[in-house]
Every structure is written in C-alpha cells, then in structure tokens.
Design a protein around this ligand. Sequence first.
Ligand SMILES: [Fe+2]
Ligand SMILES: [Fe+2]
Length: 195
Amino acid sequence: MEAIRIIQDEHRSLAAVLHGMLYLVHQIRDRGARPDFGVLGAMIYYIDAFPERFHHPKEDQYLFRLLRMRHPDAAPLLDRLKSEHRAGAEKIRTLEQALARYQQGGAAEFSNFMAAVEAYAAFHWDHMRAEEKEILPLAEKHLSAGDWEAIDAAFLGHTDPMLGVEVGAKYNALFSRVVNLAPPPIGVGPARPRA
Ligand SMILES: [Fe+2]
Ligand SMILES: [Fe+2]
C-alpha cells in the first residue's frame, strides 16, 4: 500500500508549510517581525497548487471512489471530505485576497490576514486528520488487493502522468523553494531583522 505512505508524506509536506505560515504570522504579531511577502506568497502558491491540482484529485478519483463502492457506510464522511476539497479552493482565494490587502494596506490589514491563515490551517488540519484517522483505516479494512493495486498505480503516477512522480517532483522543488526562502527556524533563508 504505497498509496498510504504517499498520502501521509504529502500531508506532512502540506502541514509543514501551514506550520511555517502560522509561525511567520505569529512572529509578526508577537515580535513585530517585518512581513516577507515573497515567502508568504510562495507558501500560499504552494498550498494552492499542491493540494488542488495534485493531491485531492488522486484522493477523489481513486481512494474515495473505491471506498464508497466497497463500504457505502463511509458515504457521509466521503461526501464531507469531497466537499472540503471544493471549499478549499475558495478558502485559498480568501487567503490570497487577504495577503494582497495586507501587502497594499499595511498593518491595518494584518489581523484580517492572520485570521485567514489561522482559519485555513485549522480547516486543512481537520481535513487531513479525518483522512488519516478515519478514511485510511476504513480503506485498509474494506478495500481489496486489486483496489490497492489501482490506487497505488494512481498515486505512483502510472495511471495519469499529471498525478505522477514527475509532476510530484515539481511540487517537491516548489516545497524546497519555500524552505529555502523562509527564515530559520522554518527554513534556511536569511534571518530577517525585526521591524
Ligand atoms: Fe483530501
Ligand atoms: Fe489528503
């Protein structure tokens, strides 16, 4: 079940970026750190591109679809998670707009941006937690060996090259870029002077 490991790895990468964003906004709030809009923008770009175009489609089209067939009792939870995949895209737009307003409007717009970051992180953590704590155990219990072959093939990129390792490598590069830009202790970018 390569797919389980891949899903967990992808969740860890996303969680790392969410943690990084929260850390940066809390540094601004608590220590008056100067905002680095380049890093914040790169983080939002990553969390938009990666779950939307790469991670959620594989869950929807393979894992969720097969689990729904094998274990219809999971339907309400699968419906919720699927609708969160759609809602996530809208929430990212809110985050982008809040960042743009903060960048243009300055400190007066900060608390709105921070609230958007906190809301998005909480939303996505809840989502990933439900997948890992509820969906994956149900999948392990109810899916057949043949189902896992199909799911693994999809997650390994053998089914749809757009969801495969090569495209995955592009997101890894994007993740490295975020890490390289971000200051310690999140990343390895230059430390920022306080405002
Ligand atoms: Fe998901
Ligand atoms: Fe997920």
